[in-house]
Design a protein around this ligand. Structure first.
Ligand code: ARG
Length: 412
């Protein structure tokens, strides 16, 4: 009996070639696993295609809800943006897909799992390290890392082996998508000086063609999690899909990023993440209202670390769990509503409120009703500035003294 392997299968040309190749070159019986994270491809077609190419079993799992709840929304609570720009859509889906690969391998009695990543990207790291954490007994095979085939070679191989090649000219870009965002690489984008051509965008309208009037949306959060739009309670999938639509209509969520990959390459990445962009800014604004200063400042350090760890494929690590515990503790009062104004590619928070707001009008106001103790300010500043005052005194005393020795010595 042939040994089994479970392949993460997207339905595209590369992973289709992998199905046959794992069979021919490695002697495996191939079980495909297609995970729906909201990438918007025809999953039934992918299922049929995998069977046609020769998969011995085909599994399709809808993981959209789990993806948002257990992965994307954790990153949201942490305000995780890699290098301050990338909402980590692809990076967040990999540990989930890896876990489902491992679970499927256990279910079907496979000895290995496989993915279609090349040797140049971050995704291979995320799959391999996640698999190492969850199923250290499993082998991981990455056919495209071992045979870095060109597009022409892939098409030739497909033709020779009866693998259907898409009739229409395939996109010149490498695209990965889910509900948290799309990533677009390759082709014209490899020239960092060149503006992304219009055909890279799918979710966002060209700002020049946006509606004349701005769109307002009110986003409600409970303990850091988005729960309603314009007062209407929504489950994660509906909320994120709807926000992708309304923000995308106003051209919000386009990102052009010169990025440092973990494998050492600097690359030009284009992202489209309307919902993630808006949620991230809105969430941070609600934190501005509800977190006390020192927690807010400390959390910024955590955000960068969290994003980096996620980008580096360390989701299943003790540090991520520890950081999540910290982040969750900070979110207990991050409840309230944020009003967002979006227009022609721009967004701005124009209102926020919370039952736990730390904004105290009697402290902030310059009008009547001022409850702030002005007299206390002078004493506070006296002590706050004491170290600086002390330094300055020593400094000015020194300037009246003879010159400081230079240490050069020698004859006078
Ligand atoms: N640079 C991003 C990351 O490392 C996106 C990679 C997505 N993959 C792709 N084939 N477009 O997370």
């Amino acid at each position: 009996m042939l040994k089994k392997i479970v392949l993460a299968y997207s339905g595209g040309l590369d992973t289709s070639v992998c199905v046959r190749w794992l069979n021919d070159a490695y002697g495996y019986e191939v079980v495909t696993l297609t995970v729906d994270v909201g990438q918007g491809v025809d999953l039934e077609a992918a299922r049929a295609k995998a069977l046609q190419i020769g998969a011995c079993e085909v599994s399709v799992i809808d993981a959209r809800e789990e993806f948002l709840r257990d992965f994307a929304f954790r990153a949201l609570k942490a305000n995780a943006l890699y290098e301050g720009k990338y909402p980590l859509a692809s990076a967040l889906s990999r540990p989930l897909i890896a876990r489902l690969l491992v679970e499927t391998a256990e279910r079907v009695g496979a000895e290995a799992i496989a993915h279609g990543c090349t040797g140049k990207g971050n995704d291979q790291v995320r799959f391999d390290v996640s698999a190492a954490a969850l199923g250290p007994h499993l082998k991981v095979v990455a056919p495209l890392r071992e045979w870095a085939m060109s597009r022409e070679q892939a098409i030739d191989y497909a033709a020779e082996h009866g693998i259907p090649v898409p009739a229409q000219k395939e996109s010149p870009y490498s695209i990965d998508a889910n509900l948290w965002g799309r990533s677009i690489e390759c082709g014209a984008l490899e020239d960092p000086w060149r503006e992304p051509p219009e055909d890279v965008w799918l979710l966002t309208r060209d700002p020049a063609d946006c509606p004349d009037r701005p769109t307002y949306v009110e986003i409600s959060f409970e303990q850091g999690l988005p729960v309603a739009l314009d007062g209407k309670a929504m489950e994660p999938i509906e909320l994120v899909s709807e926000l992708n639509r309304v923000a995308g209509e106003q051209g919000v969520g386009r990102i052009d990023h010169i990025e440092n990959r973990l494998v050492g390459i600097k690359s030009r990445e284009v992202y489209e993440a309307p919902a993630a962009t808006v949620l991230m800014v809105a969430h941070r604004d609600l934190e501005d209202l509800t977190l006390e200063r020192e927690t807010a400042h400390f959390k910024r350090i955590i955000s960068d670390k969290y994003a980096e760890l996620l980008y580096y494929g360390l989701w299943y690590s003790p540090l991520r769990e520890a950081l999540d515990a910290f982040v969750d503790q900070t979110q207990v009062n991050v409840t309230g509503t944020v009003r967002v104004k979006m227009h022609r590619g721009q967004m701005m928070i124009v209102g926020r409120k919370s039952p736990y707001s730390l904004y105290d009008l009697s402290l902030a106001t310059y009008d009547t009703g001022d409850g702030y103790n002005h007299a206390a300010a002078a004493g506070f500043i006296e002590l706050w500035g004491l170290p600086v005052r002390t330094c300055a005194k020593v400094q000015s005393a020194r300037q009246t003294r003879p010159e400081v020795p230079t240490g050069k010595g020698g004859a006078r």
